[in-house]
Structure formats: C-alpha cells, structure tokens
Design a protein around this ligand. Structure first.
Ligand code: AMP
Ligand code: GLY
Length: 428
C-alpha cells in the first residue's frame, strides 16, 4: 500500500519513518517534506495548504491512507476535501478541528463534558476583559493567562505574572498582534504544576492513549527564556503515574469521547492534551488535534506496533481491535535549533555530522532542513533537528541522544543540555 504524509517538520519525519517500517507499506510519499524526510519517503513538491492538489495526487496515485501532520491544514478543512472525494485521511474535519483552532470552542466543550480545566472567561469586548482581570486580581489571583482565541502559531498565549502585564496583553490582542485570532480572548486562571503531554487516538467510537511524554517549551536550560515550539521531549513521563493516567483516562479521555459522540464530531485522528498536574489533580491546558512535536518523536521511537495498521484502524473505526505495544525503556528527543531561535535566525548554513550522529543507533529527525545546490544539507528553520535515542532506562537514552547531538554542528546551532531533567530528578 502507498501512503502520504502531509507536512514538512520533525513530526512528519517521524510519521513517514514509522510508516516506512510497516510491512504493509510499499511506498511513503511526503508533501512537501524536507531533506531528512527524503531518506525515508519520496518528497513531492505540493504545498501542505494545496488541498485540491494533494487530494488529486492521492487519487491518481492510489494512496491508501493520508496522514496530516500540522494543525493549519486540519483547521482549514483538508479532511473535508479528502472526505468529499472518498479518500481515507487521518485527522478531524474542519468543524472538529476547532478543538485546537478556537480556545473558546475547546473551553465550551470541556465545560459541557465535565473535563477538568482552568476557570476562565471569554471576551470580545476589551473593556469587559479588563474588568474581569481587575476582579480576579481583587479576589486574590496573583497571575493570569491571556489567550488569543484562534491559531496564532503558538504565540497567542501570555502567562501574565502581574495585573499590568495581563491588561497590556489585552491591548496587544485587540490591537491586532495576533491577527484575527486576537479579537476574542480567553482569560484563564494560572495553573501551577508540572506539565505533561497525552496523545490519544480517537476513531469516534473508541479512544486509547499512547505512552505519556513531556515537552520542554522554554528555550533555555532550567526552563528559562522565551517559549518555543518545544526544545526536546521524552517518553514515558514519570510524572504521569498509574493513578494520574487513570484519572486522565476517566475524566479527560472518556468525557472527550462522550462529547465526540454527542456532538457527532467527525474525529478520526489524534487528540493531544496538554495537561498541568496541579496539587488538585490534572487539568487540561489545551487540546490539539495533531501529534505534539517533538513529543511524537519520542513516543513513536518506543512504539513497536505498526503505525499504518494503527492509523488505518482509526480511519476505519476499528480502534477497539488495536492493542499498542512499546519497547521497554525510554526515548529522548533533543532539538537542535538555529542561533537566535525563537527570535530571528540565519538560514543556509551547512550541517555537518549527520551520518556520524546515527552511527550508534540514534535517529536524527529533520524539522527545518533543505538540500543546497551542491547536495549538502542546510538549516532552513528555527527548530532544525530532533536527535532521538532509546535506551533501557532514561539515563541511557539521554546519554545516547547527547552523544549523537555532539557530533552535529552548523554555524550558530544550539540545544538545551537538560532534556528529561525532571525524569532524572525523580530518580534521586
Ligand atoms: P496553550 O497553547 O493553551 O497550551 O498554551 C501554551 C503554554 O502556555 C502551555 O503549554 C503552558 O505552558 C502555558 N499555559 C497555558 N495555559 C495556562 C494556564 N492556565 N496556566 C499556566 N500556564 C498555562
Ligand atoms: N510540543 C508542543 C506542540 O506540539 O504544540
């Protein structure tokens, strides 16, 4: 069977790589892909937002299944285009993708179906939003979170540690800093605790979670500096104990599935739940309707089950037949980024050491790379590589990943040195 992956980041690389390992898959295509994906799939020159061209490609090449990586095409309705043509596609339709695309849609869903989350208010009037903030601080809140309602490429969330910052954030949103996304805001109680990522497959009838993981959102060691798309991840995340996992299954995932059924959502894909483990139990920070990046690099590296069979079962509503198998031990993904990220950075530097890095069994997933004219591989994005390794325990996985990282270099490249530190702290 032939499969198509849509996207060009690290997430799409790991999906293409994992699909290529399936005995049922004869060929993996990726549109548009990148220089690393080209090792595991045939990259085709169709943009991820050219839905008609992608669907035509799938039709004329007999693609058995298309997996959509990023949120933008999902929120924009790629699944609706494929469904209309009777093509099999992994991901929710445009309406259901609002669970990620609109914070207020997601919040309403959580409230309606009793999913634990932060207390919040939704506003389209900046004056009312500011009154709400004044009130919350008058009632003893010491921090608050302002979220632009729509997709804002991960930048529309401001965690304000004082009232003035929160009030300024409202002005910023309504002044157009996040485009249309800012004209409606969700203001949330600030949750304190440790974050974890839960990925769960859902076919509309059944929901099953994948192994837990944890991202590292801040750019600097010790969780300092600006927020990024994620500087590294590991799986499993020991903060998600058996007990917490069970709580999430019952209170988040089962309630989510009830909502999907009652609202008749077309949801054949993955739900990625950002959870804060507070001292009052886990609370949902956000829903996403695609795999977390770089979480999925770590999770898929441990998954033994055939991803094609699993994804196909999701699309065919046979998820109840699937039992996921993992290798024992842990996986760690260290992101290497371009100097200056998440601010501006220079592109076009030649990356050295890619082959050497994989010599001892690590895998280098590419996020922002391309081929230069001379055939060498250059950096083209902020997050460039996700160097991933597995091991019998977390320490072995960390050491193996960093040994590989140290072999890779380009001008200005950097990475966090403390990926998985929370898991290590728990061993002390
Ligand atoms: P979101 O896009 O809603 O996940 O927000 C991005 C990041 O902002 C999260 O991963 C958290 O680190 C932080 N965040 C979001 N909501 C809250 C909240 N209510 N309390 C504390 N931190 C939050
Ligand atoms: N790693 C967080 C995300 O994919 O949104």
């Amino acid at each position: 069977m032939k499969v198509l992956v849509v996207g060009s980041g690290g997430r799409e690389h790991v999906l293409a790589w994992k699909l290529s390992k399936s005995s049922k898959v004869s060929k993996v295509f990726c549109a548009p892909g990148n220089a690393g994906i080209a090792n595991d799939a045939e990259c085709i020159d169709i943009a991820a937002d050219n839905y008609e061209a992608l669907a035509s490609f799938a039709e004329s090449n007999n693609i058995a299944l298309t997996m959509v990586g990023p949120e933008a095409p999902l929120c924009d309705g790629i699944v609706d285009v494929f469904n209309e043509k009777g093509l099999k596609v992994f991901g929710p339709d445009k309406y259901a993708a609002q669970l990620e695309g609109s914070k207020s849609f997601a919040k309403n869903f959580m409230l309606k179906y009793n999913i634990p989350t932060a207390k919040s208010g939704t506003f389209t009037d900046p004056k009312k939003a500011k009154e709400y903030i004044e009130n919350e601080f008058a009632n003893g809140e010491t921090a608050i979170v302002v979220k632009a309602d729509g997709l804002a490429a991960g930048k529309g969330v401001i965690v304000a540690m004082d009232k003035q910052t929160a009030l300024d954030a409202i002005d910023e949103c309504f002044d157009g800093a996040f485009g249309d996304a800012g004209y409606k805001v969700v203001i949330e109680e600030c949750l304190i605790g440790e974050e974890a990522s839960i990925l769960a497959l859902c076919d509309g009838k059944t929901i099953i979670s994948l192994a837990s993981s944890q991202d590292h959102k801040r750019v600097g060691d010790g969780d300092t500096g600006l927020n990024t798309g994620g500087m590294g991840a590991y799986s499993p995340a020991p903060v998600v104990t058996e007990e917490i996992n069970e709580f999430i299954r019952t209170n988040v995932l089962d309630n989510f599935l009830r909502g999907v059924k009652e609202e008749k959502l077309n949801f054949h894909g993955v739900l990625f739940v950002g959870v804060m483990i507070t001292d009052k139990g886990p609370k949902v920070l956000e829903f996403n309707v695609r795999f977390g990046d770089p979480e999925v690099q770590a999770v898929m590296s441990r998954l033994e089950s055939d991803l094609f069979e699993v994804a196909n079962a999701v699309v065919d509503e046979r998820l109840d037949e699937i039992k996921l198998q993992y290798i024992d031990g842990s996986a760690v993904c260290v992101v290497m980024a371009s100097g200056g990220y998440p601010g501006s950075y220079q592109k076009g530097f030649t990356i050295s050491g890619l082959k050497e890095a994989e010599a001892d069994g690590a895998k280098v997933f590419h996020a922002g790379t391309a081929f230069a004219e001379d055939g060498s591989i250059i950096n083209t994005g902020g997050r460039v590589l996700g160097v991933t390794a597995t091991g019998n325990d977390i320490k072995t996985a960390i050491n193996k990943a960093y040994k590989a990282v140290e072999k890779i270099n380009w001008d200005g490249s950097f990475y966090r040195k403390d990926i998985a530190y929370r898991a290590l702290d728990r061993l002390k």
